[in-house]
Write a protein of this length. Sequence first.
Length: 406
Amino acid sequence: MFDIVRRAAYIATAAVALSGFAALTPAAFVPGIAHAQDQVLRVGAVVSRTGGSAALGEGEAATLELLQRRYAAGLGGGVALDITVLDDGSSLAQTVAHVQGLIADGRVDAIICCTRSVGSLAVVTLAQSAGVPLISLAAAAPIAEPAESRRWVFTTVPTDRLILSGVVADMRARGITDVVFLGLADAFGESGLVELQLQLMNTNIRLDQAVRYEADAASYTAPALAALLSRPQAVLVWGIVDDSARMVRELRARGYGGDIYVSHGVGNDRFIQLAGAAAEGVRLAVGPLLVVDDLAATAPTRAATTAFLADYTAAYPGTRPSTFAGHAYDAVEAIVSAVRYVQERGRLDLSHPVGTRGALRDALEAMAPFAGIGGVFDFTGTDHQGLDARAYVLAEIRDGTWRLAR
């Protein structure tokens, strides 16, 4: 088993000290004062609509624009929502530049960012220093943990820790005793490896080795062969859509017939299209949206997901939303819920940007739980992810489609 100290080192690298803010008084919460009906709450969103992460960011952008149209007429109480969607082209430098620009403009009340973990980790300091609520669309646990020192950072994505708890439980139930980790050589891959090591502690599953790969490598043969040297019962491919599909094809082409698990970063029909026949039997823990038709009628996310699917497919005929689209939906709904929480206790005066940001941040922690696409969210002062085991299902690819695992 690899040295668990890697977790401490990783979190230390990712962690950012708070800039010594005094507690913000939510000046935006002004009971009993009437305001103009054209108040606009401004949200800046930075996603990877194009470039190497477009399989994730394209659905996020489409969903944000769908919700912009829904809420432009107003949320009630004289407040409208304006969402500015910026494309970072899957470039970390552009991600940071866009977030810097949104903050420098001074008018943004909240930020939704970013598609990838590396981007979210890079802008945590900016949001913290500016005192702007940031809702991440990425999965690495250190993005929003620990909540006490990530006061302004929330996420609507199940962390790799939560997802891997489901993966390891499934491995144990199926009698798997050894696994190889085959993951991206980036922040998402590193966090996945660290969390896998922790999940395997006190189990009878051995981590044979960890092999890392570059998403844009000319060939995946070398890492695939390295992963298969120990002839493992299972291989966990920890990447996103395009690279994971390519790696699964490579493993099958090298004659591997064991179990293949993939990360929740592949939650898009494009993965099945790219992997082709090699995807058959692949298993994963993933948000319930992909298998909504298999969910029980009483599943807490079913109603919201069914309505979202209808709206999305009407707006974008011939398409189906990915789990990443669902994360963007939940990020906007979290902000909307926070606005309504403040309104129920008075009025939201958007002429006070510092107070507005503080009021939204405090409301996210204090408001009641809400059922979204990805689970039931219950943010608190010690939990800025707010999800539990209802945020994932065990799924498998069967007959070329997503199904609940058997």
